[in-house]
Design a binder for this molecule. Sequence first.
Ligand SMILES: NC(=O)c1ccc[n+]([C@@H]2O[C@H](COP(=O)([O-])OP(=O)(O)OC[C@H]3O[C@@H](n4cnc5c(N)ncnc54)[C@H](O)[C@@H]3O)[C@@H](O)[C@H]2O)c1
Length: 423
Amino acid sequence: MDQLPKHDIANPALAADGIRRIEWADRCMPVLRQVRERFAEHRPFAGVRIAACMHVTTETANLMRTLHVGGAEIALCASNPLSTQDDVTAALVHEYGISVFARTGVDRDTYYQHINSALDIQPDYVFDDGCDLVNTLHTSRTELLSNIKAGCEETTTGVQRLRQMSQDGALRFPMVAVNDTDTKHMFDNRYGTGQSSMDALMRATNVLFAGRVVVVAGFGFCGQGLAERAAGLGAQVIVTEVDATKALDALMQGYRVMPMRDAAPLGDIFITVTSNSGVLRPEHFELMKDGAILANAGHFDVEVDVVGLEKMAVEKRTGIRHRTDEYVLPSGRRLLLVAEGRLVNLGAAEGHPAAVMDMSFSDQALTAEWLIGSHSDLAPGVHEVPSEIDKEVARLKLAAEGVSIDVLTTEQQAYLSGWQHGS
Ligand SMILES: NC(=O)c1ccc[n+]([C@@H]2O[C@H](COP(=O)([O-])OP(=O)(O)OC[C@H]3O[C@@H](n4cnc5c(N)ncnc54)[C@H](O)[C@@H]3O)[C@@H](O)[C@H]2O)c1
């Protein structure tokens, strides 16, 4: 490449590894591949600048390639200090000509410097995962706001923050809640988080799930996936919730349900996934067994009160296993914290399987294309993805899996649209 795009990455020598892994992920992303082929032909993003703040993984690389061949100029930064894959950043810069500001394990200041560097592209559109980029725009980079036409948000926590901004009248441009498509939260949050969090816990601690008591805090889309996969591995699952309907659903699915205070002395492995803060805190740590494993799969590192744990502990053994720290409590009991309480599946493993991200990122790509023609019709605030995009992604995924489904007959269409027929 004659001239490299602007970047701050860890190690350019890793590019070959990154290319190999990005291409491997691409094999499991047939829907996004089809979208990319169409974008390459029609170039819907010609002349468009996009700043993206996302987990820098192989799947994200394939989304960036898709937007790039569609004509977009892109600057990518990380949405979590631990999730960046350094071989992927090297490949994006050196092979695919995409500007990247991300290195794994950076401190908070560098994390925000990288967001600012991505914003220096002066974006027309933004892609966010957790709302840190949009938040930065509205607090310290307000001079860029008037240029932003619209954006997409990838995760539950980000959508929650955006809705709050919108309610307070603070959000200055339209943001589309890609998280809320059926093809995203019903599959990515559930199957992706379920499988990849088990994978991360096994890689980090080598724990045997069979026979263990796994406590899942939060029975939303992600929590259901975690509970299903833990039970599938032979664990006994306890669910904690604050929502009565979700708790009842967990009970009906065969899990034990109780407050965290009661679950704390029983659990061998605890996983929080609530989008809330302080779900596991000192009053719970005090009750836990020696050797209990703590992890978080929710977006921010506030679900396990790590500050409280640090204060309580008489000793901390950092890196006792890969991405695992041990805290010794005054009683002598030891608690293991995986990935510093950050998103465990991205901090201690590779994140979701590519086959899942195929759907989420096809939703992202098609929503971005739709925004090019529609942003001026949208008021500042949080908007839904048009349902045709959601259905189209599901149809393409089924087709890629070689699965066909029934279609409504004319009689069925008439029956469903009428009200005259009774028993
Ligand atoms: N790890 C990943 O790869 C990944 C993927 C998708 C989403 N996420 C993140 O996971 C989190 C959850 O997402 P979701 O889509 O499942 O959300 P959701 O809204 O469907 O579920 C969250 C659940 O947590 C419950 N809850 C809230 N406070 C609680 C508390 N103190 N104790 C017990 N339960 C509590 C809520 O009642 C709700 O049922 C978000 O932060 C989201 O951004 C992570």
